[in-house]
Design a protein around this ligand. Structure first.
Ligand code: ADP
Length: 421
């Protein structure tokens, strides 16, 4: 999984964690490197260095080899460790050869260049940076020794090494943070993939169960007695619950995987949507001895620009909840205009929600302890999804509840503008 890669496994072309506003550092590094190499060639030329031509050709060949090695290792993680080592050796070798033949061994520029290579290599992980540093320092000290350099020159080494180690520590820390973040993102993505896959694979058997239930209820395989019919109806009810949960999980995965939710909006009369949904739940409310009323205003409300199917799903969940969590009394649905919004509320006289649970009520998978009161099944996804859908429409959703007195869930939808038609 691409998110699982840590800094130390960072490859030359691998997709990595992108921070907001991050520029493409790799391109910047390439530009700096080419500029530095051009500067070396220019410096060789103007200082009238011996072997100017062969050294310049070597610099160009080494650059071509670097680019070529990166190119052939693309998409081949097996080669990338070798390529990184080659990259270091090639870079250190070219500047050391130049320093040796152009008599720059004791020059500040040579040591600066070596430290620059090691610091730049930190980008590919702190281990490769450290390898580059050890190689550079060993070569530098060896050449100083061979050239009988005065002891004062050796002092530059610890000073510039301090700079390298400062960068090394930063890279080490950043690497750990990046690895941690990549793991968190990886877990989150795995979770979303799992939800998507699980819910998708659940849909088919759920539909098949419906088919067989209907066959049995129609009496196709033979007549059922009353007890058997009762059991089959219970199976059907539970299957409906399973279907709802599966649908909610699928919706959530669509929201979170970032594929985007397509809203098929059209200017609609919200009262009609409410009436249809109320009609769908009237029977269920009646069975529990509850009254379900739509308090319709006289006259028509302004149109709202909505995805009717999705808003119906939100309303259905609110009515379903109101019926599930109410033992006796009445459920009232209301729709009014308030400024540029239509406010819809579903009010019940049910069990209510404890005040400490209210701030968490729109969280994914959250179910209040009150569900135990009526022993209701559910997944704690309906309100979470409902809020997302309403917000996608540019509205808000809120909840008020008093324990043992009842709950009111309200959502708003913006009134359709001229350009929505
Ligand atoms: P579900 O009902 O499937 O558990 P929801 O997201 O629709 O999931 O609701 C989350 C929780 O909020 C419920 O488990 C329940 O504890 C509480 N709740 C929602 N609506 C009501 C209501 N009308 N009355 C009391 N509690 C409610």
């Amino acid at each position: 999984m691409e998110y699982m890669q840590g800094t130390n496994n960072q490859t030359f072309n691998q997709e990595k964690l992108k921070l907001p506003g991050e520029v493409n550092i790799e391109i910047l590094v390439h530009v700096i490197r080419i500029l530095l190499k051009t500067a070396v060639v220019a410096f060789l030329y103007y200082s009238g260095a011996r072997y100017f031509l062969p050294l310049s050709v070597y610099i160009i060949i080494s650059e071509v080899l670097d680019q070529f090695s990166v190119y052939i290792s693309k998409g081949k993680p097996r080669y990338q460790a070798f390529v990184k080592v080659f990259y270091v050796i090639n870079s250190v070798a070219v500047i050391t050869t130049v320093a040796f033949f152009a008599n720059w061994v004791t020059d500040d520029f040579y040591l600066f260049y070596l430290i620059h290579i090691s610091s730049a290599m930190l980008m590919y992980g702190y281990k490769i940076g450290l390898f580059s540093f050890v190689l550079s320092v060993s070569l530098y000290s060896g050449l100083l020794f061979m050239n009988n350099a005065p002891p004062a020159i050796y002092l530059r080494l610890p000073l510039l090494s301090l700079l390298f180690f400062r960068l090394f520590i930063n890279q080490y820390r950043f690497g750990k943070t990046e690895k941690f973040l990549n793991n968190v993102l990886g877990i989150e993505k795995a979770k979303q993939d799992f939800i998507a896959l699980a819910s998708h694979n659940l849909r088919t058997p759920v539909s098949a169960v419906y088919g067989y239930i209907d066959l049995l209820l129609r009496g196709d395989p033979g007549p059922l007695n009353e007890l058997q019919t009762g059991y089959i109806k219970k199976i059907k009810m539970n299957n409906q619950e399973l279907e709802r949960t599966t649908e909610s999980l699928l919706q959530i995965s669509i929201f979170e995987i970032g594929k985007g939710v397509n809203l098929f909006k059209q200017p609609s009369q919200i009262e009609l949507v409410i009436e249809d949904t109320v009609e769908k739940f009237t029977q269920a409310a009646k069975i529990k001895g509850l009254e379900l009323i739509f308090e319709k205003e006289t006259g028509f409300l302004p149109l709202v620009d909505i995805d009717v199917q999705k808003i119906t799903a939100v309303l259905s969940n609110l009515m379903d909840n109101a019926i599930k969590y109410t033992k006796k009394g009445v459920i009232v649905v209301n729709a009014t205009k308030q400024e540029d919004f239509i406010k819809v509320s579903v009010k019940d006289t049910g069990v209510g929600i404890p005040p400490e649970d209210l701030p968490k009520i729109f969280n994914k998978f959250f179910r209040s302890g009150n569900v135990l009161v009526y022993n209701q099944t559910g997944a704690g996804l309906g309100l979470y999804l409902g809020k997302q859908i309403i917000e996608l429409h540019g509205g808000r959703m809120s909840i008020d509840s008093i324990i043992e007195r009842g709950t009111t869930v309200t959502f708003s939808l913006p009134v359709a503008k001229k350009e929505d038609f």
